[in-house]
Design a protein around this ligand. Structure first.
Ligand code: SF4
Length: 689
């Protein structure tokens, strides 16, 4: 009826469950989510969505939502008013600042909150506390990819759009499982293969669905992708398959690079990686024959001690073969969370001001110092990892963390728990009472995306608007309002009445966003940064120049770093990753009834031969023990895994059985991203089914 029609509201929103950036309308009536309706106008996904985007939203009405501020009283929490909670936060953070200095505080932003909220978190750190100690959870996943690209081509983002990937002659996927992690993007690749014979190479420990579909499936030893990538680059040059004119016109350091490549023969690579020489030759041949190669990679590359180096090696291979600056070619790190890209773009990074302006850059810093009315240190602050080390060293006393479950997703969680309990004052702002919240002194209830306005930036650098569909639940508030309240209680005079005003400020301070505005982002419109003042954007990077002063790219020449060694009793590699149905650690999707029904538990995949040798069957309860901790779970015998390799999904139902009890302290040598993938365990059998 007409009555009913008027009460149903349709609101355009951006999906929060992965970096693909699908947009659709959400139909709501009061707090009921009636349906998700995609549209042909959606720039990334058109009429497609995956199970999470379509059915994953009932967590917003979960009775486990935080709806009021909480303050610690001994071992429990009591409900508080906003006034009480915010004054306490401002007073204690202010006292720590005044006693120990701003550098005694750490600020952790989120890759799930909006760009505007991330921007305010870094502004709070840099203006109100005069510290660069601000980071975001891309430290746990994609920082190495950003680093590898910044050092070779100059922008830390995908070089083209998801549509471009579909037009490539060859797609190479390394250490990523897009079918489950980036479903709509995966369907684009599958369709391109079917429609125009696009070739596919997959390098992964696990023979996942994309690997099954590939023309070549490479199974390197854990942590050795760098070696085969570099050897294939050398082999292609030896065959005369390099793009000589591209290299001479657009890349610096070729002569040195040729020298650097000398040791990386196919024989050497085959020895280190376990991949046959024939497969490596075949890989090189496919790249040579393809009209355009795109390389997509994920955490199987980045969460290793050589994660940055390997990301740079991918970029080197693309440079050698002239695969930048044209459609159907380029580098595609696959961002995991919906706003990993945006969180980094907004300068919630200890060495970068918004728009990747380095803190040591005097001109950029002066610009911000003038706008913020404070002095900013030219020295990078602490990463998330360094923050915890600084707690251990007695240098970091307080933390303010937004939308990030550090106690569950950082590696070696038992140690993380210890460090978080050492803090003198700890503020956690989230939608749920997370594992991390258990360590807080004050917990502030925030709004999920459906309850707020703002923008997210997807994996292809596309900035998209989300509109508020629901009123905040209980007393929850949008993150940007909470940060503003805290800043103003500490002497700032921020006066934002809408996120659009925050975006205007971002555009005025970061040249790559200079032409971004809410007006230009209205409805289904989007802008792909860098955006010129007149609003022209740049979906395909590097057409004319790379992002360095001389416009030329650079080869990265860093040596191979071999994987972490473990004592021999830890004989099994335990890989981990995402499942289609679950989002990351599971805080949101565990509270979605439909998803819980389908995938209620976590498990460990065991290869058939190993299972037989050790007497493990489907459903056998096993205990995995690493040098850092132990977890119990059921075995699933499957040939998706092989050799001495296991696989555990990264979501878990209880913290006690979470993968990060097992992961260790080793980190990527350049960015300190934990080497989650370099985890070894021994397996004990607990009981038959
Ligand atoms: Fe959401 Fe990613 Fe699925 Fe799209 S592919 S609906 S962005 S989870």
């Amino acid at each position: 009826s007409a009555m009913r029609e008027t009460r149903t509201k349709k609101t355009k929103t951006v999906c929060t469950f992965c970096g693909v950036g699908c947009t659709f309308e959400v139909w709501t009536k009061d707090r009921h989510i009636l349906k998700i309706e995609p549209s042909e106008d959606a720039p990334v996904n058109s009429i497609s969505t995956c199970i999470k985007g379509k059915f994953g939203w009932d967590f917003v009405n979960s009775d486990q939502r935080l709806t009021t501020p909480l303050i610690r009283r001994g071992d429990t929490f009591v409900e508080a008013t906003w006034e009480e909670a915010l004054s306490l936060v401002a007073r204690r953070l202010g006292e720590l600042r005044d006693t120990y200095g701003g550098n005694a505080l750490g600020f952790v932003s989120s890759s799930k909150t909006t760009n505007e909220e991330a921007y305010l978190m870094q502004k709070l750190a840099r203006q109100v506390f005069e510290t660069n100690n601000v980071d975001n959870c891309s430290r746990y996943c994609q920082s190495p990819a950003t680093d590898g690209l910044l050092s070779t081509v100059g922008y830390g983002g995908d070089s083209g759009t998801i549509k471009d990937i579909a037009s490539a002659g060859l797609v190479i996927i390394i250490g990523a499982n897009p079918t489950e992690g980036h479903p709509v993007l995966a369907t684009r690749v599958k369709r391109a293969k079917k429609l125009h014979g696009q070739k596919l190479i997959v390098s992964d420990l696990r023979r996942h669905e994309m690997a099954e579909r590939s023309d070549i499936y490479l199974h390197p030893r854990q942590g050795t992708d760098f070696v085969w990538l570099t050897a294939v680059a050398k082999y292609m040059i030896d065959q005369g398959w390099q793009d000589e004119s591209f290299i001479s016109a657009r890349v610096n350091g070729y002569e040195d690079y040729l020298q650097f490549l000398q040791p990386y023969t196919l024989e050497y690579a085959s020895n280190i990686t376990g991949i046959s020489i024939a497969q490596l030759e075949e890989t090189a041949r496919l790249i040579h024959e393809a009209d355009g190669t795109c390389v997509l990679w994920g955490m199987g590359v980045t969460q290793n001690i050589a994660g940055s180096h390997t990301s740079a090696a991918i970029s080197n291979l693309l440079l050698v073969t002239g695969n930048y600056g044209r459609p159907g070619a380029g580098a595609y790190p696959l961002r995991g969370h919906n706003n990993v890209q945006g969180a980094c773009d907004m300068g919630t990074l200890p060495q970068w001001l918004p728009g990747y302006q380095h803190v040591s850059n005097d001109v950029a810093r002066a610009h911000f110092e003038k706008a913020y009315g404070v002095s900013i240190s030219p020295k990078p602050g602490y990463t998330n990892i360094e923050m915890l080390k600084a707690v251990e060293a007695g240098k970091l006393k307080g933390m303010y963390l937004m939308g990030e479950d550090m106690a569950w997703v950082d590696s070696n969680s038992l140690h993380v728990h210890e460090m978080l309990s050492e803090l003198e004052f700890f503020v956690v702002q989230d939608v749920f009472f997370t594992k991390t919240a258990q360590f807080a002194d004050v917990i502030l209830p925030a709004c999920p995306s459906l309850e707020k306005d703002g923008t997210f930036t997807n994996t292809e650098r596309r900035i998209q608007r989300l509109y508020q569909a629901l009123e905040p639940l209980g007393d929850a508030k949008p993150d940007w309002q909470i940060i503003q309240e805290i800043a103003n209680r500490l002497g700032a005079s921020w006066n934002y009445s809408h996120p659009g005003e925050i975006m205007d400020e971002i555009a005025s301070l970061a040249p790559v966003f200079s032409g971004v505005s809410y007006k230009r982002l209205e409805g289904w419109n989007s802008q792909v940064w860098p955006v010129l003042p007149d609003g022209t954007d740049e979906p395909l990077l590097y057409l004319e120049r790379f992002n360095f002063p001389d416009g030329k790219a650079r080869f990265s020449m860093v040596d191979y770093v071999a994987p972490v060694e473990f004592p021999p009793e830890f004989d099994l590699v335990v890989n981990n990753g995402r499942m289609l149905e679950h989002f990351h650690e599971g805080n949101m999707t565990n509270k979605s009834k439909g998803i819980q029904y389908k995938v209620p538990d976590v498990f460990v995949e065991v290869p058939p031969a190993l299972a037989q040798e050790r007497g493990v069957k489907d459903g056998t309860m096993v205990r995995l023990v690493s040098p850092y901790g132990a977890i119990k779970l059921r075995a699933l015998v499957t040939d998706r895994v092989q050799g001495m390799e296991l696989y555990v999904p990264m979501h878990s139902v209880s913290h006690e059985n979470a993968i990060n009890i097992l992961t260790g302290n080793a980190v990527d040598v350049r960015t300190q991203t934990p080497a989650y993938k370099q985890t070894k365990v021994r397996m004990e059998i607990l009981a038959e089914i």
